[in-house]
Design a protein around this ligand. Sequence first.
Ligand code: DX5
Ligand code: ZN
Length: 221
Amino acid sequence: MSHPHRIAPSLLACDFAHLADEIRSVEEAGADWLHLDVMDGHFVPNLTFGPSITQAIKRCASRPLDVHLMITDPWQYADAFLDAGADVLTFHVEVEDGGDAAALLDRIRERGAKAGLSLQPDTPVERLAPYLDRLDLVLVMSVFAGFGGQQFMAEVLPKVGELRDRGYRGEISMDGGIGPATIGRSAAAGTNVFVAGTAIFGAEDRKHRITELRERAAAGA
Ligand code: DX5
Ligand code: ZN
């Protein structure tokens, strides 16, 4: 059950005019995964990018792509993101009424990727109960999905322990407001994947920042 700590810079906070350079920069700085935020302007009130940009990122990346779908219809687009090179593909449990979520998780795994479900801050862990044995990753949102640079919501921390209490043994990711001041508490709760946009891309020295994040996660404080 013990998974390695992974630091996953969110490209949402990068300079998209220099995507290849930004990817190289965080990979050289020690990133473990690259986190890609896909927004459809419907599930969340913001738009980002789709499979073609994901494919372009794949061409210059040497780390796994952790694709976070904040979209209403993952059934329509999952295969396109898998074709584009997603290594981890996560969608939101709040859209479960739009199709067969269990079948989609199975499909993602059959295609060789890790399957993930995410929870908004106000969605209880209970909603994941029917899917726990089909999941490689749970993405616990520590801000409301849609925008970078928001403040960390500490009230979501107990969800991590609750997942373990329910017998979930896969990876647990936390996304939103993660930085030097918050990563320790997240790690202490049992999170192993730490998504950080502003804290990494906004840092003057990204290598120093990722090292600092890793140390604080290890210290759990
Ligand atoms: C928000 C996205 C996050 C976002 C995090 O909807 O899912 O991945 O980029 O940004 P920071 O780290 O700035 O809170
Ligand atoms: Zn995200």
